[in-house]
Ligand binder design. Structure first.
Ligand code: NAD
Length: 352
């Protein structure tokens, strides 16, 4: 069994679904079900005994330790976080609570649990922390991509909170010997992404005839990785990564935000044409967000050399699949927008 935290969120739910497609090893899914946790993502697993869901908070060290001792997982894959940069600008406190204090509490629980295992189990145990390339700060136009040796320079409350959690994970390996590893990954996209993030937001707004908001001049550059490729990287690092190591993962797809938006419009123009004109006419430039990083780019050479991982999707193939998924799953988007996706929580926790 593995324990996954945040497995009802975007990447976590893709990972859980993917994991159970590849193997029958049980998944214990610990998620607080904040606004970003969506049990609709896991509907396919209803009644599947290989998936055990527990609603809980990673900040509760004692509850997490009890869970670990009861289920004895061989690994923890830690996704749970507050993940939206814009929200971190308006309400940074939640980011410190979950990303910093929550990761600390989870590490404390993991350390106590791990210390109680026998020598063989201790050696095989893994704590895999999922983090972001944003911890490295912003690149200039000609700068080389981030490597694992790039100094940390986080610029938003989100990236600062993730940087802090990365340092704690590193320290727990260095100080206590906890077999911990970290993946720092670039922007993910794909099915089940909450429609506050650029790609699902643009698709949803385009179809609804609403403006497609682009910050500043739209010239911010991000590297994009299809979520299924990230899930493969996570499995690979869990399987063969060296404890104490950090692995950067990225898609090798540097794109300006405005180009991503135009790519989405062009695909929508083909797959779901408007009666008249292009979706691109809905593009609307809005004032830039404070402290907006200009460019991220990731050197994924280490994970390629050491673990033979590389992305299978190009941006062109991944983005087309993604648009098609949102077109085929408009009810999923509507459930998020109306709040109906929360009915699972109400049925199972509130109205019980
Ligand atoms: P998300 O916001 O979609 O999901 C986060 C999940 O964590 C939700 O299900 C939420 O309910 C849960 N959660 C939040 N606080 C919790 C708590 N205190 N206890 C238990 N569960 C809690 O996030 P995501 O986009 O899937 O990102 C997952 C991880 O990957 C995060 O750590 C994020 O920093 C990292 N990451 C994301 C991206 C990206 O592009 N989305 C890129 C690189 C790294």
């Amino acid at each position: 069994m593995i324990l996954v935290t945040g497995g009802a969120g975007f990447i976590g739910s893709n990972f859980v679904l993917d994991w159970l497609e590849q193997s029958d090893e049980l998944v214990l899914n610990l998620d607080k079900l904040t606004y970003a946790g969506n049990m609709d993502n896991l509907a396919r697993l209803e009644g599947d005994r290989r998936h055990q869901f527990v609603r809980g908070d990673i900040c509760d060290r004692d509850a997490v330790l009890a869970l670990l001792q009861r289920h004895t997982p061989r690994a923890i894959v830690h996704f749970a976080a507050e993940s939206h940069v814009d929200r971190s600008i308006h309400a940074p406190g939640d980011f410190i609570t979950t990303n910093v204090n929550g990761t600390f509490a989870l590490l404390e629980a993991a350390r106590a649990y791990w210390g109680g295992l026998d020598a063989g189990q201790r050696g095989a145990f893994r704590f895999l922390h999922i983090s972001t390339d944003e911890v490295y700060g912003s690149l200039g136009p000609g700068d080389p991509p981030f490597t694992e040796a790039t100094p940390y320079a986080p610029n938003s409350p989100y990236s600062a909170s993730k940087a802090s959690s990365d340092h704690l994970v590193r320290a727990y390996h260095h100080t206590y010997g906890l077999p911990a590893l970290t993946i720092n990954c670039s922007n993910n996209y794909g099915p089940f992404q909450f429609p506050e993030k650029l790609i699902p937001l643009v698709i949803a707004n385009a179809l609804a005839g609403k403006p497609l908001p682009v910050y500043g001049d739209g010239g911010q550059v991000r590297d994009w990785l299809y979520v299924g490729d990230h899930c493969r990287a996570i499995r690979r690092v869990l399987e063969a990564g060296r404890p104490g190591e950090v692995y950067n993962a990225g898609g090798g797809n540097e794109m300006k935000n405005i180009d991503v938006v135009h790519a989405l419009c062009a695909i929508l123009d083909t797959l779901a044409p408007k009666a008249q004109g292009s979706y691109a006419s809905q593009v609307s430039f809005v004032p830039d967000r404070p402290g907006h990083d200009r460019r991220y780019a990731v050197d994924a050479g280490k994970i390629g050399r050491e673990l033979a991982w590389c992305p299978l999707e190009t941006f062109a193939s991944g983005i087309r699949k993604t648009v098609q998924w949102y077109l085929d799953n408009q009810q999923w988007v509507a459930n998020v927008q109306t709040g109906a996706y929360m009915s699972w929580v109400e049925k199972n926790y509130v109205n019980r």
